[in-house]
Write a protein that binds this ligand. Sequence first.
Ligand code: ZN
Length: 201
Amino acid sequence: MNVEQVYKDANALLEGHFLLASGNHSARYLQSAKVLEYPKKAAELTDALAKMIRNYGIEVDTVCAPALGGVLAGYELARSLDVRSIFVEKKEGGMELRRGFEIKKGEKIIICEDIITTGGSALKAAQAIEALGGEVVAFASLANRGFCKRVGGDNDVKPACKLPNDIPLFSLDDFTFEMYRPEECPLCKGGSTAIKPGSKS
Ligand code: ZN
């Protein structure tokens, strides 16, 4: 599967001049919500992800996503793996399980995101699950921004990656974009203005 083409076809791989959450600028931006707009397409992506996870040979009881960004990908991955789907939600300083969701001691859980950038939300989700006695057996995402190392990927892990390196990360592809500090941004020097994509615009 050509994952980059799937993102392009869904207008989920934006090209332009973007202000990222980190404050840096970039000429490309991944809007994974767009690639999940069509459930059949989403299912193709998570079927491919589920295949990677099964081939690796780990046992999974449940998929847990950090809300809001990971919920659709997590739900579809759970369907592809034929396991249960739950999500955790933001609280002060971390994430927590709400809405009557429960996990058993030793339950084998995959934390699933739409995109792993540095993995901060995924790590907080994992901490919430482990605090309740669950076992985090893997991380998964549709796209990996190249800070963390995915199983089978060519990139080395970068210092910014927050995920533990003893737990595998499964992603369909690496999307490593050039990022610029605003004062060094060639797009700014070209006279254009960075716009803020994503959930806050
Ligand atoms: Zn710029």
